[in-house]
Ligand binder design. Structure first.
Ligand SMILES: Nc1nc2c(ncn2[C@@H]2O[C@H](COP(=O)(O)OP(=O)(O)OP(=O)(O)O)[C@@H](O)[C@H]2O)c(=O)[nH]1
Ligand SMILES: [Mg+2]
Length: 237
């Protein structure tokens, strides 16, 4: 009797007969989701607020920055990811976050809440300051692993979003598009929006192809985004 009869499930050439079977895509995703859950179950605390580039905390561990238009839901997404109600200050009043806010997640990942862009009523001086700070931070931060670029699932992509994507392309910072407020659109419209965002990502050299649709209110997409970010964090000590 040959090996094939003894191990009927083993495809020919699959390696040593006693090696564990490779994980299926579903098992790999389940493991990533679990890693994300564990990372974000760690305590998260506000560490630092930087208003100017010379006041940035010294680069340490890996960082993820959350960028997007004013009111798109950056602070709310950080709260949803970390399971806090008010870790990052969210508000119906656009322009709420006016500095780079650094949050330490279990000593393994720094989450950076960025000020929103593109809010017409914001004072010109604030806008100018912010653009300088944002550009300097994005270009010069060696520990910045990824920018999560938020787009509102309920509205069209704006010129300001395009401008920031070009800026990120130029700074060669890897970024990933995440749709927010997915609860505010019907499933068919969300699917269309998702496809549009993937096409948009493909058109930008520094954008990663994967797009995740999220909602703070339903929790949609939160475990998936945690899983992606866990892959960028320092390993659990
Ligand atoms: N329906 C819905 N509303 C949301 C969601 N996330 C955020 N919001 C609302 O959107 C508004 C803006 O949220 P913030 O988290 O403050 O947005 P931000 O991007 O941090 O805004 P700035 O700091 O001003 O740039 C608030 O009124 C939130 O309640 C969501 O998933 N669904
Ligand atoms: Mg905010």
């Amino acid at each position: 009797m040959g090996d094939h009869a003894a191990h009927p499930a083993q495809p020919p050439g699959a390696g040593p007969l006693n090696a564990p079977a490779p994980l299926s895509a579903a098992e790999e995703q389940a493991a990533a989701i679990e890693a994300g859950r564990r990372l974000f179950a760690a305590p998260c605390q506000f560490l630092y607020a930087a208003q100017t580039e010379d006041r940035l905390p010294p680069p340490a561990g890996p960082e993820i920055a959350f960028a997007g238009r004013s009111n798109v839901g950056k602070s709310s997404l950080i709260n949803a990811l970390t399971g806090h109600h008010a870790l990052a200050r969210a508000s119906g009043q656009p322009g709420r976050t006016r500095q780079l806010n650094f949050f330490d997640l279990g000593g393994r990942l720094m989450l950076v809440d960025m000020p929103g862009y593109g809010y017409a009523q914001a004072a010109a001086s604030i806008k100018a300051d912010w653009q300088g700070l944002m550009f300097d931070y994005l270009r010069g931060r060696p520990t910045l692993r990824r920018v999560v670029l938020l787009l509102d699932a309920r509205i069209e992509v704006k010129d300001a979003d395009e401008a920031v994507m070009e800026l990120l392309d130029r700074a060669a910072v890897a970024y990933q598009i995440v749709l927010t407020k997915a609860d505010g659109v019907k499933p068919a419209a969300l699917e269309k929006k998702h496809a549009e965002a993937i096409a948009l990502a493909r058109a930008h050299p520094a954008a990663l192809p994967e797009v995740i649709a999220t909602s703070r209110d339903t929790g949609a997409g939160i475990p998936e985004l945690r899983a992606v970010l866990a892959g960028l964090a320092d390993p659990a000590g």
